[in-house]
Structure formats: C-alpha cells, structure tokens
Design a protein around this ligand. Structure first.
Ligand code: WT7
Length: 641
C-alpha cells in the first residue's frame, strides 16, 4: 500500500504556562561543573564552532582535524574534517592508561534478579574478543551489522565490537517484531545479525530468535546469525548459518587483542531507524567524530557525571537514548552505569526504587511515561526505599506534565534533585534543549538550547514568533552530533529536514513549540504524522501498513488519542476487504503485534464501512479524531462524502 498522507495536523498536547520556578540549591550550585548557565551560553554563542572545537580537544584523536566545520556542501555538513578517531578509542581504549581500567563500567541486573558487573578492563576484553569473532565472519569496515536483543550486557559488547572494527551497527529494539525487523535488515543489507534466544519482560519471555528467523527468511541478505543464550528456551539453530555467542567466544579466534580501527571523523558509525511520515522507516546515520563530541559534552555538562556517580539511564540501548546515554556517552566519560533488563513494576511496583537503593544510583534519567506509570501505584512504593543517593534526575521523550514533574521531584528526588528535561531527537544525536543543574527550572519546559546550539520558534515565513506564540521549532546552525544523512537516501534527508526552510538553511525538527517571556521553550507536539506512544516514536503510516497487510483489511487510518499514562494511544479505523470475513479487533491487534511489535498495537480498532476523505482521496484524520474525542468536527467543506 502506498502511504497515506494526512490532511491535517497532530493535536497539540497542552503545555500550559506555569509560574512555578525552581531555583538551584546552594549544594547544587557548589557541585556544578558549569556554575553560570547564561554566561556559558553567551560565551559559546560568540563562536559556536570554537566552542565545539574546544570540547573536541577533551577527547582522544589519532590525528587532529584540519577543519572544525565544513559547510561548503550544506546540508551535508561535516565536522572535524581530516580528524582520525574512533568512538571506541574514547569509550574504552583510553581508560586503560589510568585507574578507570579497574572501575566498573557496567552493573547489570536481570529481571529475575541475576547480577553481573564488568570493569572497563573486562568490558574492553570482551569487546576485543567479539570484534575478532566478527572479523572472522568477514565483517569489515563499512559493513552493517544488525543487532536485535534485550537489555543484556552482550548488546553493549556487540555494539562496541562492531564500531571498533569500523563497521556500522543497526540496532533494532527488542520490542519490534518480524516485519519491522525484516524491513530494517533489508534496508541496511546486513549480512550478520546478532540476537538472543529470547528476552525477559514482566515474567514472560519474548522469542527473539524465532522472530529473527522469520525476519531473516523474509529479508534475504543475512548469512550469519549469532545467538546469545539468555532464556535457555529451545531454539532452532540452522547449521552453518547460526552460531552460539558463547561457543564463538570460546574459540581461539576470540583473542582479547584487537586493534581499534582508526576512522575518519566523518566515517559512518551507526544507523538507527526511526519513524517518519511514510511507511518506510528512516535510517538515521551518525558518524564517529562529531557524535562523540556532542554526547560526551552534553552528558558531562547536563548530568555532571563524576567519578563517584552511579548513572542510570533507564532507556533501552535500542533507541538513540540508549546509544548516546547508556552506551557511548557514559563510557567516554568513564562512568559507572546501571543496566536493568526488565519491567519497572516487576515483580512489584517498587522494582526501580529497589534498584536505586541497592545500587546507590545517583543520577536517574528516564521518560515521563515511565514516571506516570509508576506514579499510578502511589507514593508508598518509593517511600519504602532509601532514595537518598539520588542527586539529579532527568526526563526525555515527550513533554512532562507538571503533576508528574512534581511527583518525580518530591517523591523520588526528595525535593533536592533538579530535573533535567532534555529535548532532542534520534536525528540530533544528543541533547539540544536542556537545563544544566544550575538552571532555574519550570516544570514542563526543557528551558533553553544547550551552549553552542541555536534554535528558534518560527512562523511559516521564517520570522521569529512572539513570546507564547506557537510556531515551528527549528535549528539554525549545524551541530556536531547531527545526523549526516538518511542511509542511502540523501534526497529524503534534504526533503525531510532541510526543504521547508531551504533558503535560510535551517533544520526542521517536526515539533511545534512556543517560547515564553523568559525565553523558555515549551514543546507542544509533532507537526507531522508521528505519534508518541509511551515515548516511542511511531509513524501513522507504519501502523496503517501493518493493518492493511492483513488480508481482510483494505484500508486503515490511525489517530492519536490522549492517554494519562502513555501520553497518547493509537485508535485505528479499518475498512474490511470486500468478500472476506469481517476481521475482529483482537485478530487485528494480534496481527500488528506480530508484524510490527507490541509497542505499535492500537488500543482500539474499529471496523468501519468508510473513512472520511477529501475529494482528492486523502483521509481526514482530523474528522476521525474529533469524533473519537467527542469534539466538534469543524469545517467539512472538503469532505467528499
Ligand atoms: C521527539 C523525538 C531523543 C530521545 C528520545 C526521543 C519528542 C523528545 C522531549 C522533551 C518534549 C520531547 C519530540 C521530538 N521529545 N524529548 N524533553 N520534551 N518532547 O527520540 O524517538 O527521535 O523522538 O520526541 O517530539 O521530536 P525520538
């Protein structure tokens, strides 16, 4: 099916102005790495490229760059041109020369309570050994390796090993299913897939290998599958295609000595697929040089990660949040990270708070949907635990409503932890709008752009909006962590991000926002056909294609409906195929679950006889939404029927 374009805009989420202002405490001020936020922003503003160059000098390079920013072929910007590096040089190798060698890089807890830890030395050895395994399978510089796993340490090893030898990873979130995985393997043309027999979530197992087998059969390309044993459930292993990770790692070839491949700063490092306006996910491409500078700087400045911190980014390594702030950022800074495999409320709703207490987590970074989900269980669950180790909190993924903000601040943070509300995207690589610990906070606002980042809220004609006027959120200058292209689709890159304000050369974020009288940015919502469900980014077209891939659905339309915990949920409307049996809601939900994954399953599916369309045949989602929400449908003059 060809993707359907909507005729209208996503309903803005309410981000009401608030008079609340939270000033930093003397303790926070004293501990902060950057003490004067406005001054830091103003300083960087004088020469943003020099600002980033200075940050880049804090990292290791095999060879320095000749040119910090090459904008001669905009919007194909290049950073640190001529520089040679590898993110793994900074994330692992350089720590071998000092005491970090013996420091914990990773603390892992499985959903069933298993524990594991890895020092920097040990992690590097594992990575080297697995890098040698990958090499022995013919993986070379520039190749794409698809990784499809749960939250286990091996996913981190696999990512680092791939990048170390100059190949690119494409991590597919373990909550995606057959078709979503097949599509991503195909687009990246991966010859090697790394997966696990299964993963645990909320006491159940997800049969990752079985899903992977089906995806491999659909997509072609994959020659080798490496399987980590996690659940121990029986899986099909195909001779001369499938190998157990632990068996490969026991071979002599898996030597702990492996050179890190020196890469050009602009060499590709990974692809990460994300949803856009069409059914085909976009392979967002990031490179070695600029990416590492942005994530290391933002993590250091915003979360002020110190050597004695225990950092917990509770996202999944399969999303950009996990790439930048579970894997690469913390390792570059030499931090100790917690990785927890399972569900936040398993076996009881205090699991997360138990983890904070048990591992003395000092900085927690998560999503508003998780906070709202845990808030629902009440304050008695966190109150059973000593959360006094926490000193900073963070959120990402969607606007946080003031009620959840206050609960997070008071009940979790004991009123003493500033909340870093970080706005960014898969495409931006790292934080873009974010406070620093010393920033006066307003619940629900990410405050202002990070030093060196220039953003604005503009009208269609490019003029800046007045205070509190809603407009389009744009980035006005290139930044080091920016995506470089859509994998093998440069036209789509230009079209998607750089065409709307082509004349000015601005990047279109796809978000609408407003800025208040203090210059604080308030995100209102997406302007395109992207829906945020529990922080996950989904394209309406993707879910619609999953629905119409069922033989008894001929047409489908999905809309976002506000939800207290998830932010939004999906409602779908399907027209049955003539001459087939009318599908049930449950059948179609199962179908979407199997094709795309549990995260894409609509909360409701209505079987309808027709869909409201314009005379040119576009589905009027606005009408569907108004009806679903019981709101006035508005102007119907363009409605065909
Ligand atoms: C979209 C990007 C990058 C981390 C995870 C999401 C929304 C992200 C915030 C925030 C309000 C936010 C935007 C953005 N978003 N952070 N702090 N406040 N909205 O990455 O899946 O690429 O989604 O998430 O709409 O465009 P992503």
């Amino acid at each position: 099916m060809s993707p359907q374009q909507s005729d209208d805009r996503a309903a803005p989420a309410g981000a009401a102005a608030t008079a609340e202002l939270y000033e930093p405490s003397p303790d926070v001020l004293e501990a902060a790495h950057v003490k004067d936020w406005e001054n830091a922003r103003a300083e960087a503003e004088k020469d943003p490229v020099a600002f980033w160059e200075e940050r880049a000098r804090e990292l290791d390079w095999y060879e320095p760059w000749d040119q910090a920013l090459d904008d001669s072929n905009a919007p194909f910007f290049q950073w640190f041109v001529g520089g040679k590096t590898n993110v793994v040089l900074n994330a692992l190798d350089r720590h071998m020369a000092n005491a970090r060698k013996n420091k914990l890089a990773l603390i892992w807890e499985g959903e069933n309570g298993e524990q594991a830890t890895m020092s920097y030395f040990r992690l590097r050895q594992e990575v080297n050994r697995f890098a040698n395994v990958l090499k022995s399978m013919g993986v070379a510089k520039g190749d794409r390796v698809t990784i499809y796993m749960g939250r286990i340490p091996e996913i981190i090893v696999a990512m680092l090993a791939t990048v170390k030898i100059g190949a690119m990873h494409s991590v597919v979130y373990g909550g995606f299913s057959t078709e979503a995985l097949a599509e991503r393997i195909e687009d990246a043309r991966s010859r090697v897939l790394i997966t696990a027999d299964g993963s645990y979530i909320r006491g159940k197992t997800v049969p990752l290998k079985q899903i992977a087998d089906e995806a491999v059969a659909r997509s072609g390309y994959v020659e080798h599958v490496i399987v980590v044993r996690r659940t121990g459930e029986p899986v099909n292993m195909e001779a001369s295609r499938d190998y157990w990770y632990h068996e490969l790692m026991a071979l002599p070839i898996a030597s702990p000595v492996c050179e890190t491949e020196p890469m050009d700063a602009e060499d590709p490092m990974f692809i990460l697929y994300t949803s856009g306006t069409t059914g085909r996910p976009k392979g967002v491409l990031h490179t070695h040089g600029g990416y590492q500078v942005q994530i290391a700087t933002t993590l250091k400045w915003v979360f002020d990660v110190q050597d004695d911190d225990r950092w917990w980014c509770a996202a999944d390594p399969g999303w950009i949040t996990g790439h930048s702030y579970i894997v690469y950022g913390p390792l570059i800074l030499g931090a100790t990270s917690l990785l927890y495999e399972g569900a936040p409320d398993y076996p009881y709703p205090d699991r997360w708070w138990r983890l904070v207490e048990q591992y003395a987590v000092s900085v927690l970074y998560t999503a508003p949907t998780a906070i709202r989900g845990l808030m629902r269980f009440g304050g008695s669950w966190p109150q059973r635990h000593d959360l006094s180790s926490l000193r900073l909190l963070g959120t990402v993924g969607e606007p946080i409503n003031p009620e959840a903000w206050r609960w997070y601040h008071n009940t979790i943070g004991g009123g003493r932890c500033p909340i870093m509300d970080t706005w960014w995207q898969t495409e931006t690589g790292g934080f873009m709008i974010t406070p620093l610990p010393v920033t006066p906070l307003k619940p629900g606002s990410g405050t202002k752009p990070f030093p060196g980042i220039e953003m604005d809220v503009v009208r269609d004609d490019g003029t800046s909006c007045d205070p509190n006027e809603e407009g389009k959120l744009v980035v006005k200058r290139p930044w080091p962590g920016m995506l470089r292209t859509i994998y093998e689709d440069p036209d789509r890159y230009v079209e998607q991000y750089w065409s709307e304000f082509a004349e000015q050369g601005w990047y279109l974020t796809g978000d609408s926002a407003r800025r208040d009288e203090d210059g604080y940015v308030w995100i209102i919502g997406r302007l395109d056909d992207v829906i945020k469900v529990a922080g996950y980014r989904l394209g309406t077209a993707e879910i619609e294609s999953a629905l119409v891939s069922h033989p008894s659905v001929s047409e489908a339309a999905v809309i976002a409906v506000p939800d207290e915990v998830k932010g939004n949920v999906i409602h779908a409307f399907c027209i049955p195929t003539a001459g087939t049996e009318k599908p049930t809601e449950e059948t179609l939900k199962q179908h979407v679950r199997k094709e795309t994954g549990p995260i894409a399953v609509p909360a409701r599916i209505e079987i309808v006889d027709s869909l409201p369309k314009t005379r040119s045949g576009k589905i009027m989602r606005r009408v569907l939404r108004a009806k679903a929400l019981g709101e006035p449908v508005g102007d119907l003059s363009t409605l065909a029927d």
